[in-house]
Ligand binder design. Structure first.
Ligand code: DOR
Ligand code: ZN
Length: 375
């Protein structure tokens, strides 16, 4: 089942959750995001993490240095929440535009989450201040209790932590990031209205395409390892239903998370799937399979800005059917390459941007290496 629409033009989208990293990795991946997306919420889980307005401004400048000057790309920076974060620092960063939001990682939940939050009550003074000034809280929604099955971490977070948080901070704007379970999608749908603050959720491209089976297809597949883990088929179906529903609570956030192949293919391998090279194309593939391409613009370009109180972008991008395979690897200067999602396979679409010169980024006809054009 797949819609036979050959081309689709939508408003230029935004990526409301992305990892751009730093240094050589930033140089290798930033253009993939900037060529398509006008704005991106940039995750702060560097090492050391981004915790001050000054660090966010410096990181923002490095990102702008790494993307083509004509990309029209705006990074929106986030503050990494720690148990001893000072509410004044957060409020100052929001007031002067250095921070767009605060990101809460449960301690040890994922990459560079060692400085994260163990006891949510310890950050209540920060949340109180954020509620007062209208600053959004972005949640990595997993409980980390040792006795909880890793596939149940998200559903139990929603059950044990999120409901309580929303009740204690009725006016706080909250995004539950990278939904992976039917339980979380249902929770967001049921709680998006009825309180003063907004509740939204991002959905990644890869969670619309894989289930946990992908981790073990003909052997262990470290490049399918991300957190939260992909769940069951019924969860994937629920995520597809949410993304294609057109409901304003659900919007695009790739969680594109590049790691060099030697960090993925290792004991203690890193969590993260890299999708920025074909992100909008991967969403288009899922929406076409659901015969919902007419809802892609709401999900990719309208619902996110509405949540963040920003205008939608004026530019347009065009999706065109294209069966060229994704390249096998993305070069990183001086380091091992990154293996892109769908490596060696066609996604079925390519994006044409208004300046038209980035259309083949991340793809080669022969499945060899590719670099983002313009870098
Ligand atoms: O798979 C993931 N990778 N999930 C996260 O939450 C973080 C990310 C990363 O930074 O590598
Ligand atoms: Zn992430």
């Amino acid at each position: 089942m797949s819609e036979h629409i050959e081309t689709l033009t939508i408003r230029r989208p935004d990526d409301w959750h992305v990892h751009l990293r730093d240094g050589a990795m930033l140089g290798a991946v930033a253009d993939f995001t900037a060529r398509v997306f006008a704005r991106a919420i940039v995750m702060p889980n560097l090492d050391p993490p981004v915790t001050t307005p000054e660090a966010a401004a410096a990181y923002r400048a490095r990102i702008l240095d790494a993307v083509p000057k004509d990309s029209g790309f705006t990074p929106l920076m986030t503050c990494y929440l720690m148990e001893d974060t000072d509410p004044e620092v957060v409020a100052r960063g929001f007031a002067d535009g250095a921070f767009a939001a605060v990101k809460l990682y449960p301690k040890y939940a994922t990459t560079n989450a060692a400085y994260g939050v163990n006891d949510v009550r310890k950050v209540y003074p920060v949340l109180d201040r954020m509620q007062a000034i209208g600053m959004p809280l972005l949640l990595h929604g997993e409980v980390m209790d040792a006795d909880v099955d890793i596939f149940d971490r998200e559903a139990l977070f929603v059950d044990r932590v999120l409901g309580r948080l929303l009740a204690d901070f009725p006016a706080l704007n909250v995004v539950l990031e990278h939904l992976t379970s039917a339980a979380a999608a249902t929770f967001v749908r049921d709680h998006q209205t009825g309180r003063e603050g907004r509740l939204g959720a991002t959905i990644t491209a890869h969670h619309l395409h894989i289930t946990r089976n992908a981790l073990f297809e003909d052997g262990f597949r470290p490049h399918m390892y991300c957190l939260p883990l992909a769940k069951r088929e019924e969860d994937k179906r629920a995520l597809r239903a949410a993304a294609t529903s057109g409901e304003s609570a659900f919007f695009l956030g790739t969680d594109s998370a590049p790691h060099a192949v030697d960090a993925k293919e290792a004991d203690f391998g890193c969590a993260g799937v890299f999708t920025a090279h074909a992100a909008l194309e991967l969403y288009a593939r899922a929406f076409a399979e659901e015969e919902a391409l007419d809802r892609l613009e709401a999900f990719a370009s309208l619902n996110g800005p509405a949540f963040y109180g920003l205008p939608p972008n004026e530019g347009r991008v065009r999706l065109v059917r294209d069966d060229t395979p994704i390249s096998e690897s993305i070069d990183v200067e001086g380091r091992a390459p990154v293996r892109p999602f769908f490596a060696g396979q066609p996604v079925g679409w390519r994006v044409e941007t208004e300046n038209g010169d980035h259309a083949q980024a991340g793809r080669t006809a022969h499945g060899g290496e590719a670099r983002p054009s313009g870098s």
